[in-house]
Design a binder for this molecule. Structure first.
Ligand code: TRP
Length: 460
């Protein structure tokens, strides 16, 4: 049953035009609201440097090996994640039950996109706020009130969420590659340039040193099981791993592209943009006497202060939120792709139909998040609002669990023949290192964090 040397199966949905196209697509998936919206507010909420340092460790020891595993599994299976895991499960371990890993991923992507679309909607709304000069000369209090008004209005938040989901459905319906490559080529460098401009502004606030200390000066007094689990979950979320999203993209990767180098490039870009976002946002927080633990509105309450007081702020602010909307769009597409590929292959419908059905269902579910900030803001259980629960369930449970199963499969169930055939057979030591990580280090780290967070083990 084995596929000698791999590469026998061919993709059902076409191939990326080159390795660069694939890097761009995975970078487009990874770089998004996770870097610029979520990373800074989580860092603020979970005590700064302790969170950042655990996050960086998780990216290297857990994120990178899992990303490589997902890509290699995707490329070897060449189908949607459910079918790929079933096929490879049969070939490598004699069990088709591995398909549930793909199914878990599809559910995860579904749930994540439901709230992602809402936050992305706010980003689109802010393109227009910036363009009409709403931030010009505004102080922290006025900017805070503006955000509260948007989040507090079910109608406005629902409207922008709807618009964003419509765009996502349209793009996915047309196929992953068309347009995506161009969007990412402009978006990532553009975002970097604006972030550097903002970094210069942040350096001039006088609180740059305080922000650097908050983020990087080792202080583990805030460290506990919750922080460690949150940092691990954020690494999964930011790198787009643990829900077979990168696996779905890997299915379209040409056989000769290097998985190791590709993953390294994506991880480096993703992590730099997150750290940069923190170094821009926290100086503004401290210089204006804001609370770093303010929560999910942090990026919307800080950056507008900068745009409102810097020269050319209207244009720069508008461009920033426009690029961030694009970044969110390229991530949203990737969140929908596994489900759409699965619906197409298992129901035999075309891409347009699949994207519409899946997109409409996710859009409807998104109202659970829309209402979490207004009509249902007092409806709280377990972790808080509906949004808080969906976020916790996906980032802190489903993604790490999916990632754990992927690394166990790649490390223990796939033969070293299969995995070394997909990774660079020439890069001997690199391969050995990857194998030690996926067999021992990565699964042990995820299991220990899980045990620690439910109190069965006492790390911190
Ligand atoms: N990584 C994206 C971000 O940081 C979000 C995302 C896209 C994602 N695809 C994913 C998160 C798959 C988890 C799994 O904004």
């Amino acid at each position: 049953m084995s596929v000698p040397g791999g590469g026998q199966r061919t993709s059902l949905h076409g191939f990326w035009s080159s390795r660069l196209a694939f890097i761009l697509a995975v970078t487009g998936s990874a770089v998004g609201l996770g870097n610029i919206w979520k990373f800074p507010y989580m860092t603020g909420e979970y005590g700064g440097s302790a969170f950042v340092l655990v996050y960086l460790g998780a990216v290297l020891l857990v994120g990178l090996p899992i990303m490589m595993s997902e890509i290699l599994i995707g490329r070897r299976g060449r189908r949607n994640p459910v079918t790929t895991m079933r096929l490879l499960g049969q070939e490598e371990s004699g069990s088709s039950q591995w398909q549930w890993v793909g199914a878990l991923g599809i559910m995860g992507g579904f749930l994540i996109l439901s709230f992602y679309g809402v936050i992305a909607g706010w980003t689109v709304a802010y393109v227009f706020e910036a363009a009409r000069g709403a931030f010009a000369g505004a102080g922290a209090a006025e900017i805070d009130a503006r955000f509260s008004a948007l989040e507090g209005s079910a109608l406005r938040t629902g409207f922008w969420h709807t618009l964003f989901m419509l765009l996502t459905i349209l793009i996915v319906a047309r196929g992953v590659e068309r347009g995506l490559e161009q969007a990412v080529r402009v978006m990532v460098p553009g975002l970097l340039v604006i972030m550097v401009v903002l970094l210069v502004y942040a350096a001039g606030t006088g609180a740059f040193g305080q922000a650097a200390e908050f983020m990087f000066r080792p202080d583990f007094s805030a460290l506990d099981g919750t922080v460690i689990l949150a940092a691990l979950g954020q690494a999964f979320f930011s790198l787009s791993i643990g829900m077979a999203c990168v696996m779905a993209y890997g299915a379209y990767l040409p056989q000769d592209a290097s998985i190791g180098r590709t993953s390294l490039a994506v991880v480096a870009a993703d992590t730099s943009i997150a750290l940069l976002a923190g170094m821009v946002i926290f100086p503004i927080v401290f210089a204006n006497g804001l609370d770093p633990a303010d929560g999910i509105g942090l990026v919307f309450k800080t950056l507008p202060i900068a745009f409102g007081s810097m020269g050319g702020g209207v244009l720069i602010g508008m461009l920033f939120f426009l690029l961030l909307s694009f970044a969110a769009l390229t991530s949203a597409i990737s969140l929908m792709e596994p489900t759409v590929a699965w619906v197409m292959e298992s129901r035999g419908v075309n891409r347009g139909v699949a994207a519409t059905i899946v997109g409409v269902l996710i859009w409807l579910l998104g109202f659970a998040t829309v209402f979490s900030f207004n009509l249902l803001q007092d409806f709280r259980f377990l972790r808080g609002t509906l949004f808080a629960n969906i976020d916790f369930l996906t980032s802190n449970i489903m993604l790490p669990l999916g990632g754990l199963l992927v690394t166990l499969f790649a490390g223990w169930f796939m033969s070293s023949n299969s995995t070394s055939g997909e990774l660079d057979p020439q890069a001997g030591t690199g391969y050995q290192l990857w194998r030690i990580l996926v067999r021992w280090v990565t699964p042990a780290a995820v299991i220990i964090v899980f045990l620690n967070s439910i109190g069965l083990l006492d790390l911190a």
